[in-house]
Design a protein around this ligand. Structure first.
Ligand code: FAD
Ligand code: NAP
Length: 547
């Protein structure tokens, strides 16, 4: 690796760290592609990953039942036709081990592993105004200097465990789903509690119910969920996948959610007597098309939204034997599709089992945790294991754990605690040469099949870096006006949607005092977002401060 030195001549005082072209933080789907692309562009790069291996969420989330909700062949890297030609998949919705193996394969195929330092967390990144470089430190005590830093740290990588009183006194085993031990947790014949009933909780609950002695599910907000159809992938599916690469990759880039689906009709264009059949056909596909691809105006037309919501509620009700339980499990106070829609496999039937109890936290509440279990306002639940499926510090949780200081020593964490803002979710005014993926105010933050959206972000970042280098510049960051214009646009297009109107979801990030909940999901659509990003490149980054 060729390196040059910052401020030559200072070596006699303190050793000057090597100046890398770029540092990549994180080795999930985003970080792996970012590293690949920057190396391809001829940069000197080092990547750091807190985990012992690659895969990001697919390294950390080993809980029982962990698998994707993105159906074949969408959840994979899109940058290499060769990779597609040799990739094998066994299930329509691959499970965690298969995806982890796949990411490892990609890293080895492209010889990326030697560029990644594992089990090492980046703890700070400080911008030096004079040299226009970043001084980055890690928890292993290393200090590096780089011109560019990219935080591919993931929007769902910092777990959130509610601060229940007495949590630390529990004498059994307790574990957050995203820190599931590699050796597993003994669940057979145990009394188990699961707190949380969203995408993760649903997968855990439906998977472990048959093996545990008793399962107590603590539900705060009921969720809509739709059945997943998960047939095995055949040789002919793989042949089709390989032959379709060119067409799919062209279409997926301009798709609505990172999936290639047929364009849906407007609600008014489907006659009332054909709506049920239209819905049934989509329902039977067993994938996420039920979320975004029922009607083109599903997010803006209350009538369309009500129709889909009632259809889904009816399908859920059919599967729950006890009407009282159905009333607790079926959401009534928000409409379908306004939070992340999880897919499920027998989730609702799980509650027909004798060994499963639902605790409705809208009627009851968790008071504390003690040595033997969970105390609620109305009783005590003795358990051997507590599983926290309580989600993540979404959007910027992982970035906020790093001490990042831009021009004039301004702290990014502090800035964001007052005003959460980005420009197209990838840069922040005042933080030159610092980039991020899956951060707020881009489709990748929430509303996309992530490998597609993250791929576009990594390319945009590499193009911005390439622009700076090719023009003989030192740095790039958006002007305050450009940033404000993006935030105004985001709010104008995202807030009026059905998702925007639902205040209760991780798509809205709570401020530190819990009062302000900023909608982090950009809902202007992938095509509009892509065009905005492409125009920035085409205009030579007009509206950016280029030094
Ligand atoms: P991550 O995979 O989160 O990787 C970020 C990495 O950065 C982590 O490995 C972390 O350890 C590392 N890191 C963070 N901070 C530091 C630091 N300071 N120093 C060093 N390393 C650091 N999306 C879909 O589109 N479809 C799905 O079906 C789907 N299923 C999901 C299932 C689960 C259980 C979860 C949690 C998420 C799922 N997602 C899904 C969203 C998922 O976040 C993305 O698909 C994608 O994996 C994100 O990749 P990433 O590289 O951006 O982030
Ligand atoms: P989540 O959507 O944030 O859900 C967290 C759950 O914990 C919710 O049910 C929440 O209730 C509950 N909870 C949080 N704090 C609580 C408290 N103090 N008391 C009681 N309950 C509490 O997290 P997640 O399920 O891990 O999913 C996060 C995202 O990861 C998903 O939306 C998805 O993007 C991704 N994911 C994808 C898949 C997949 O594709 N297969 C699987 C898992 C995760 P409230 O709803 O009331 O807040």
């Amino acid at each position: 690796m060729s390196v040059h030195r910052l401020e030559p001549g200072n070596e006699s005082e303190t050793p000057t760290p090597q100046v890398l072209d770029a540092i990549v933080v994180g080795a999930g789907i985003g970080g792996v592609y970012q590293l690949y692309r920057l190396l391809q562009d001829g940069l000197t790069v080092r990547a750091f990953e807190a985990a012992e291996g690659v895969g990001g969420v697919w390294f950390w989330n080993r809980y029982p039942g962990a698998r994707v909700d993105s159906h074949f062949p969408h959840y994979q890297f899109w940058f290499s036709r060769e990779l597609w030609d040799e990739s094998d998949w066994t299930e329509t919705f691959p499970a965690q081990p298969e995806i982890e193996r796949y990411v490892n394969h990609v890293v080895d195929k492209f010889d990326l592993r030697r560029h990644i330092t594992f089990s090492t967390r980046v703890t700070s990144a400080i911008f030096d105004d004079k040299s226009g470089t970043w001084r980055v430190t890690t928890d292993s005590g290393e200090t590096l200097v780089a011109r560019f830093v990219v935080f591919n740290t993931g929007g769902l990588s910092t777990p959130k465990i509610p601060p229940f009183k007495g949590h630390e006194t529990f004498a059994g085993v307790s574990c957050h789903t995203s820190h599931w031990p590699t050796e597993g947790v003994e669940l057979a014949g145990k009394r188990v509690a699961v707190i949380g009933t969203a995408a993760t909780g649903i997968q855990v609950i439906q998977t472990i119910a048959p093996e545990v002695a008793h399962l107590t599910v603590f539900q705060r907000t009921p969720n809509y969920a739709v059945p997943m159809k998960n047939p095995k992938i055949t040789e002919s599916d793989l042949k089709w996948m390989r032959e379709s690469f060119d067409e799919l990759s062209r279409k997926v880039r301009w798709s609505r959610g990172g999936f290639v689906f047929d364009d849906p009709p407007y609600f008014k264009d489907v006659p009332p007597d054909q709506r049920e059949a239209h819905m049934r056909a989509i329902w039977d596909s067993g994938n996420l098309s039920i979320w975004g691809n029922t009607f083109a105006d599903f997010q803006s037309n209350q009538q369309a939204n009500d129709y889909v919501t009632n259809f889904v509620r009816d399908r859920m009700r059919e599967r729950i034997k006890d009407p009282k339980l159905a009333a607790k499990l079926i959401p009534t106070d928000y409409s379908f599709g306004t939070r992340r829609v999880p897919l499920e496999n027998g989730y609702f039937e799980t509650f027909n089992r004798d060994n499963v109890t639902l605790v409705d936290l809208r009627e009851d509440s968790i008071v504390s945790i003690d040595a033997s279990g969970i105390r609620t306002r109305t009783g005590h639940h003795e358990v051997d294991v507590i599983i926290y499926a309580t989600g993540f510090d979404s959007g910027v949780g992982s970035i906020n754990r790093i001490d990042i200081r831009g021009i004039g020593g301004v702290s990014l964490r502090q800035l964001w605690s007052e005003d959460l803002c980005t420009t197209v979710g990838m840069q922040v005014h005042g933080f030159p040469n610092l980039f991020m993926t899956m951060a707020p105010f881009a489709p990748a933050a929430a509303i996309c099949n992530v490998p597609v959206c993250v791929d576009q972000q990594c390319d945009w970042i590499a193009d911005a870096i390439g622009f700076v280098r090719s023009q003989g510049l030192t740095s790039i960051h958006p002007s305050a006006q450009t940033q404000q214009a993006w935030m105004d646009h985001h709010r104008a297009v995202s807030e009026p949607t059905m998702i925007g109107r639902n205040m209760n979801s991780w798509y809205r990030r709570e401020g530190p005092d819990g009062s302000k909940r900023e909608l982090i999901a950009y809902l202007g659509g992938i095509p509009a977002y892509r065009r905005a990003c492409d125009e920035m490149i085409a205009s030579g980054f007009k509206g950016f401060e280029l030094v």
